[in-house]
Design a protein around this ligand. Structure first.
Ligand code: SAH
Length: 245
């Protein structure tokens, strides 16, 4: 899978592509990337990439022409183009799965007040927000999305670790422990040391439901609506509901 990132600050995503699991995935040819400096496509000798907005208002907007030429340089017309923007639809794990099935993606990172609407109208397929807050630039948002997407590409990390993590089936993850068995007087739960697989499975399900019920009740509602809760899980949740009356 290939990520094209159009940005005024390529050094920000560059560090991400050159580190840790991503660096290994690139080395193994599972992932390819192309960082495009939008400023290289500016016309004038000052390499201007922004100007004031028509109609007034505070702040600068990215000029459409350099950005348009940068998009043409990656043949954006034939690719899925994402503009990371606070006014897009909210990113989540199921969108991450959907994007991980694409062969190639093009990301536009905004700066200042954002980009000219005509670029969105002409090139952008999806406007995606990473949450209801405003960042100073799109690079960090773009890295968040790429990070969630590339790890789902086959071969990047083991399929088993993907199966049980948060959101994989609509629930948050269970608590996890490693050595030592006792840390600052706190012991690893007995059941995890028992080697009894069925009890461990039950305990983990209970913990996942307990946490999701407490911090993300909206996820429980969604699961119920979609029929995604097993009878076993439904029983445990009813206990929580009765207990919280
Ligand atoms: N004037 C814009 C905010 C611009 S913030 C508005 O009010 O909607 C500058 C850039 O940061 C944006 O162009 C976008 O690329 C990025 N950005 C800011 N917040 C973001 C978010 N929550 N999700 C994704 N991208 C974001």
């Amino acid at each position: 899978m290939k990520f094209n990132v159009l940005t005024l600050f390529p050094e920000i995503p560059k560090a991400f592509f050159e580190s840790s699991i991503m660096a290994k995935a690139v080395q193994r040819n599972l992932i390819d990337y192309n960082l495009v400096q939008i400023r290289d496509f500016a016309f004038d000798k000052h390499k201007t990439c922004d100007d004031g907005t028509y109609g007034g208002g505070a702040g600068m907007l990215m000029l459409p022409e350099p950005l348009g030429r940068a998009l043409e340089s990656v043949d954006a017309g034939n690719k899925r183009v994402i503009y990371v923007s606070p006014s897009g639809r909210t990113f989540n794990q199921s969108l991450a799965y959907e994007l991980s099935r694409e062969k190639e993606l093009v990301f536009i990172c905004g700066r200042y007040e954002g980009i000219d609407q005509r670029i969105i109208d002409r090139y952008v397929d999806d406007e995606i927000s990473i949450g209801d807050y405003v960042l100073s630039s799109g690079e960090t948002a773009c890295i968040v999305i790429i990070d969630a997407v590339y790890r789902l590409v086959e071969g990047v990390i083991s399929g088993e670790s993907l199966l049980e993590e948060s959101f994989s089936d609509g629930l948050l993850e269970y608590p996890q422990y490693t050595r030592p068995e006792e840390y600052c007087g706190m012991k690893v739960p007995e059941v995890l040391l028992s080697g009894h697989h069925e009890n461990i499975r039950k305990w983990r399900l209970y913990k996942r439901l307990e946490k999701t019920f407490r911090v993300r009740p909206d996820l429980i509602i969604k699961l119920r609506e979609s029929g995604g809760l097993s009878e076993e899980a439904e029983k445990i949740i009813r206990e929580f509901e009765n207990g919280s009356d």
